[in-house]
Design a protein around this ligand. Structure first.
Ligand code: NI
Length: 256
């Protein structure tokens, strides 16, 4: 069975220092495609470096909303220019994150940089990888006003079942991660059941969000199997049918 981890940070030091072993363990359980996600200039560069060394690994470049502090126009352009590399499959992760700050000025800066990156992706013919935390309404509003014309994914979707339709009507894929395996995570589990199969992709967000079965350890792409197991069981469908569908979805999303 083939698995596709659509969102991991092999460019994070926790994974990068043991990269070959991490990748080997992923391949052993069937994870044969991975997208390494950038969050600033250095991490985007590193994502590219990793992707150029392994034929089955792809990269995204972009600025995460929590990393905008020193990003001016020049630096933003330098980051987005990295997308010319032939292993770049999307702009990301980009979006809004109000979790760590209530400062309206910073929220506005996040919005401006988010919009610039969506518009760049649209010109470059690339989908986007969206990060949204404690900012769902504003994220949707921006996406409605600046439609990602080459598609995208709501990474680690944390909204309600009711809000799902808004993301789906924008043509977006829904990414689910380790939280679906947490015992108290009723909302992600409901979402896992309700999301149309043809819009679902699976991601680890490694080294973060370790699935329940491995909690206390550093997350890595091999742990995608625990997310797949949980979602197959929640949806009462065979693991093979689930994996076939989400693998094809991921290939469609990233045009692979
Ligand atoms: Ni991430």
């Amino acid at each position: 069975m083939k698995l596709f981890d659509t969102h991991c940070h092999l460019n994070n030091d926790l994974l990068y220092k043991g990269l070959d072993a991490v990748i080997k363990r992923a391949l052993t359980v069937g994870v044969d495609k991975m997208v390494v996600i950038g969050w600033d200039y250095q991490s985007s560069l590193k994502a590219l470096d990793i992707a150029s060394r392994y034929p089955f690994i792809y990269a995204t470049v972009g600025v995460h909303p929590n990393d905008i502090e020193n990003v001016d126009k020049v630096l933003l352009n330098q980051i987005l220019e990295l997308s010319k590399h032939n292993k770049v499959v999307a702009i990301g992760e980009i979006g809004l994150d109000y979790h760590y700050t209530k400062d309206k000025k910073i929220h506005q800066q996040q919005k401006d940089i988010f919009i610039e990156q969506i518009e760049f992706a649209n010109r470059a013919g690339l989908p986007i990888v969206i990060h949204s935390r404690d900012a769902f309404a504003d994220t949707i509003k921006i996406l409605q006003d600046h439609k990602p014309v080459h598609g995208g994914v709501m990474h680690c979707y944390s909204g309600s079942v009711e809000s799902l339709d808004e993301a789906l009507s924008l043509g977006l894929y829904i990414g689910l991660d380790g939280p679906v395996t947490y015992k108290n995570a009723k909302t992600p589990q409901k979402v896992a059941i309700e999301v149309p199969l043809e819009r679902l992709v699976l991601e680890t967000d490694a080294p973060y969000l370790t699935p329940q079965a491995r909690r206390g350890t550093v997350n890595e792409p091999a742990n995608l199997i625990y997310i797949a197991d949980e979602i197959a069981s929640l949806r009462q469908m065979s693991k093979k049918d689930l994996l076939d569908a989400v693998y094809n979805n991921a290939c469609r999303l990233f045009k692979l």
